[in-house]
Design a protein around this ligand. Structure first.
Ligand SMILES: [Fe+2]
Ligand SMILES: [Fe+2]
Length: 319
């Protein structure tokens, strides 16, 4: 049976032949909108706007071709100041998803370098306000597969770091780039976890859990073997499941690097707000409330406040 994937309308380019078949959802049914090779016109986009359609659907079997197409255009779109933020956000999301998928299948130096290349225009866009965070947050999907999770955590944690360190002169572009890279690859060690465990539709057994818990060390090893082990990436990969009260893993240390705490906040938030086969997603508000109850240190509290400011006033759980 064909599986369909949602894609944001904003990523479609007018005047270009479509590289995949496009479908739209009408009353819970997918209907063909434009066939592969058909040219998308301004009229098409206006129709979609009028119908308030923000997502289209593509066949899962054509997803890779689509992601490659978006990746090919990504550099141009992300660096063009005249392109609207919504389009940039959508392009980045699809393009980085494709890059992450490749990195998980084959975590070698070229695929990890590709992610580094993707992140720079994102960071610059956020810092220059050419990519509005709200547009990035609006586009996140919550189906909790390893790729969407990695991209979501990368976006949330990068947003937190950019805002949290905005007045700190020791965090310039290069430092933020190293942080962001580590965030997007925080779970790269999961590429060594068997798919039968990663995709299990239900809670893990003790043995499966102990294999899963090796992913921080495996992530560290992959980053080292591919020549990508900066201090930041090392701490993020190794410590993003450590907790300040010592209940985390793999070491149970209480001495955790700040960048790993930023990653942990984004990681838990995405896990809580995503749909799993055995649980419904939590609302952002409920997730932040739960996170608030688990802030152990002043630093954690400041990070959470920063995250709440990013997500917007509707999500304020501080009072
Ligand atoms: Fe993890
Ligand atoms: Fe994670």
């Amino acid at each position: 049976m064909e599986v369909f994937r949602p894609i944001p309308v904003d990523v479609l380019l007018v005047g270009e032949p479509c590289v995949v078949d496009l479908f739209m959802k009408l009353d819970d049914t997918l209907v063909p909108f434009l066939s592969k090779g058909g040219v998308l016109t301004g009229d098409h986009l206006r129709d979609l706007e009028r119908l308030r359609v923000r997502r289209m659907f593509i066949k899962g079997s054509q997803a890779e071709a689509f992601e490659e197409y978006v990746q090919r255009n990504a550099d141009k779109i992300l660096t063009d100041p005249t392109v609207p933020s919504r389009v940039k956000a959508a392009t980045f999301y699809i393009s980085s998803m494709g890059a992450l998928k490749k990195a998980f299948v084959k975590p070698d130096a070229p695929s990890l370098n590709r992610i580094k290349k993707e992140i720079v225009p994102l960071l610059k866009g956020i810092m220059k306000n050419e990519i509005v965070l709200g547009d990035l947050l609006a586009i996140t999907q919550h189906d909790f597969n390893t790729y969407t999770h990695s991209v979501n955590v990368g976006i949330y944690a990068t947003a937190i770091a950019v805002r949290f360190y905005r007045h700190d002169p020791s965090y310039g572009m290069n430092e933020l780039e190293r942080l962001s890279y580590g965030f997007f690859l925080h779970d790269i060690g999961k590429s060594r976890v068997p798919l039968s465990i990663l995709r299990k539709r239900g809670p893990l057994s003790d043995e499966e859990r102990s294999i899963m818990k090796k992913h921080p060390e495996w992530g560290y090893a992959i980053l080292m073997e591919t020549g990508n082990l900066t201090d930041e990436a090392a701490y993020i990969a190794m410590q993003h499941h450590e907790r300040p009260d010592g209940t985390g893993y793999p070491l149970g240390t209480k001495d955790i690097h700040p960048c790993a705490r930023i990653c942990a906040l984004a990681d838990i938030f995405d896990a809580l707000t995503s749909k799993r086969p055995y649980k419904d997603p939590m609302s952002p508000f409920a997730a932040l409330k739960l996170l608030k109850a688990e802030t152990f240190t002043v630093f954690d509290h400041e990070l959470l406040t920063t995250f709440i400011q990013i997500l917007g006033p509707d999500e304020d759980v501080t009072h």
